[in-house]
Write a protein that binds this ligand. Structure first.
Ligand code: HEC
Ligand code: HEC
Ligand code: HEC
Ligand code: HEC
Ligand code: HEC
Length: 297
C-alpha cells in the first residue's frame, strides 16, 4: 500500500514538477560536507550521537531492506514509466535525505545509480563501495535541529534549534563554539514528525491517505489520547532518547499491544465419519495501546 501511494505520488510530482535548474553539490562528499556534524558536536553529545547512529534515521538510505526496495522502485517504477532518475530529488528524497535540495541533478542521478549498484552489482567490492558512499547521507542532527526545526521552513543558517532554547539550557558551551541556540517549541510537537511521517497534501482524508499522522489525529487524539509522538518515541531516563524505536524493535513493539488468549478444550462431532474429535476454542483479545494504527507496511 505504501509503495503504491509512493508511486502515485511520484507520477503526480513528475507531471507537475518544473524543469529544474541544475546547480548545487556535484559529489556526495560535497553535499555531506555542507551538513556535517563536527567532532566537537559528537564529543559533547556522545550518548545521543551513539543512539542516533544506529537508529533508522541514522541509516535512512542504507539498511539493506530499505535499499532493496529503493532499487526496485528505480528499476521497475521510474525506469519503466515516464519518470527519470533525477525525479527522485522531488519525490522520494526530500524526506529520506532532505539535504538533496542542495544537490545538482547529476548528483541525484549518481545517487540512484549507486543504489542500484549497491544492491545488484555482481562484484561484492563494488557493492560495498557504493554502500559506503550512500552511508554519508542520512537524517542527521542538522536535518532535524535546523532544516526541519521551524514551522515556516525557514531556519536561520548554522543555528541549532531545540525545544528548550538558550534560556532553558546551559548554553555556554554552544556560545563558546559560536553555535547559535534558538528555541523551537515546534520541535516538541507531533507536527514536527508529521513533516516527514505524513506525505499527503493536508486535505486528503485518512481513508484515502492513511498515515501515522492521520491515524494519530483521528483515532488517538480524537478519543482522548494525550501523548505526542516524542513522548512515546523519545522516552529516555536522562535525556530524550534518539533511538526512535518502532515496529522492528521487539520489546518496544510489545509495549504497544495487549494480547490476551483464552484457550478452552472442547470436542465436536465430525458427522461424515460419526466420530468425536477433540478441539479447542480460542478467544483472542487484542488491544492497541499506541497512538496510531498498527502497523502500516
Ligand atoms: C562544547 C560542547 C558542545 C558542543 C560542541 C555542542 N553542544 Fe549541544 N549542548 C551542549 C550542552 C552542555 C547543552 C545543554 C544541556 C542541558 O542544559 O540540558 C547542549 C544542548 C543542546 C541541545 C538542546 C537545545 C534545546 O533548546 O533544547 C541541542 C539540540 C544540541 N545541544 C545540539 C547540538 C548539535 C547538533 C551540536 C553540533 C552542531 C552541538 N549541540 C554542539 C554542549 C555542546
Ligand atoms: C513525505 C515523506 C516521504 C516521502 C515523499 C517518501 N518517503 Fe519513504 N518513508 C518515509 C518514512 C517516514 C518512512 C518510515 C516510516 C514508516 O515506516 O512509516 C519511509 C519508509 C520507506 C521505506 C522502508 C519501507 C519498509 O518496508 O519499511 C522505503 C524503501 C521507502 N520509504 C522508499 C521511498 C520511495 C522509493 C519514495 C518515493 C516514491 C519514498 N520513500 C517517498 C517518508 C517518505
Ligand atoms: C529525527 C529528528 C532528530 C534527529 C535526527 C536528531 N534529533 Fe535531537 N531532538 C529531536 C527532537 C524532536 C528533540 C526534542 C524532543 C522533545 O523535547 O520533545 C530533540 C532533543 C535533543 C536534545 C535535548 C535533549 C533533552 O533531553 O532535552 C539534544 C541535546 C539533541 N536533541 C541533540 C541531537 C544530536 C547531537 C543529534 C545528532 C547526533 C540529534 N539530536 C539528532 C529530534 C532529532
Ligand atoms: C526528515 C524527515 C523525518 C523527520 C523530521 C522524522 N522522521 Fe522518523 N523517519 C524518517 C524516515 C525516512 C524513516 C525511515 C528510515 C528507514 O527505514 O530507512 C524514519 C523512521 C522512523 C521510525 C522507525 C520506523 C519503523 O519502521 O520502525 C520511527 C519510530 C520514527 N521515524 C519516528 C519519528 C518521530 C517520533 C519523529 C518526530 C520526533 C520523526 N520520526 C521525525 C523521516 C523522518
Ligand atoms: C501512545 C504512544 C505512541 C504515540 C502517541 C505514537 N506512537 Fe508511534 N508507535 C508506538 C509504539 C509502541 C510502536 C511500536 C508498535 C507497533 O508498531 O505496532 C509505534 C510504532 C511506530 C512506527 C513504526 C511502525 C510502522 O508501522 O512502521 C512509526 C513510524 C511511528 N510509530 C511513528 C509515530 C509518529 C510519527 C507519531 C506521531 C504522529 C507516533 N508514532 C505516535 C507508540 C506511539
Amino acid at each position: 500500500m505504501r509503495l503504491f501511494l509512493m508511486f502515485i505520488m511520484s507520477v503526480f510530482t513528475i507531471f507537475v514538477s518544473q524543469p529544474a535548474f541544475s546547480g548545487g553539490a556535484a559529489t556526495i562528499d560535497e553535499l555531506a560536507e555542507m551538513y556535517k556534524i563536527d567532532a566537537k558536536c559528537i564529543e559533547c553529545h556522545e550518548d545521543i550521537y551513539g543512539e542516533w547512529k544506529d537508529s533508522w534515521h541514522g541509516k535512512s538510505l542504507i539498511d539493506s531492506r530499505v535499499l532493496r526496495t529503493w532499487r526496485t522502485f528505480i528499476l521497475s517504477g521510474l525506469d519503466k514509466s515516464k519518470g527519470k532518475r533525477r525525479d527522485l530529488k522531488d519525490t522520494c528524497l526530500p524526506c529520506h535525505v532532505p539535504q538533496i535540495k542542495d544537490a545538482s541533478d547529476e548528483l541525484v542521478v549518481k545517487i540512484a545509480d549507486l543504489i542500484v549498484t549497491a544492491v545488484d552489482d555482481k562484484d561484492a567490492a563494488k557493492r560495498e563501495a557504493a554502500n559506503k558512499e550512500l552511508s554519508k547521507l542520512n537524517i542527521n542532527c542538522i536535518v532535524c535541529h535546523n532544516m526541519k526545526a521551524t514551522s515556516d521552513g525557514k531556519p536561520v543558517a548554522g543555528a541549532i534549534y531545540g525545544p528548550k532554547g538558550p534560556e532553558g539550557i546551559d548554553a555556554t558551551p554552544h556560545e563558546e563554539e559560536k553555535i547559535k541556540s534558538i528555541k523551537s517549541e515546534f520541535m516538541a510537537t507531533s507536527e514536527f514528525c508529521a513533516g516527514c511521517h505524513h506525505g499527503c497534501p493536508p486535505d486528503l482524508p485518512s481513508d484515502i491517505c492513511p498515515t501515522k499522522y492521520t491515524s494519530y489525529k483521528e483515532q488517538f487524539l480524537a478519543r482522548g489520547g494525550k501523548e505526542t509522538c516524542q513522548e512515546c518515541h523519545m522516552k529516555g531516563e536522562v535525556f530524550k532518547s534518539h533511538k526512535f524505536p518502532g515496529i522492528f524493535e521487539v520489546d518496544y513493539a510489545k509495549e504497544g499491544i495487549d494480547l490476551k488468549l483464552t484457550v478452552r478444550p472442547t470436542e465436536y462431532v465430525y458427522h461424515l465419519e460419526n466420530k468425536i474429535v477433540p478441539a479447542v476454542v480460542v478467544n483472542v483479545d487484542v488491544t492497541n495501546k499506541i497512538g496510531h494504527g498498527i502497523p502500516y507496511g
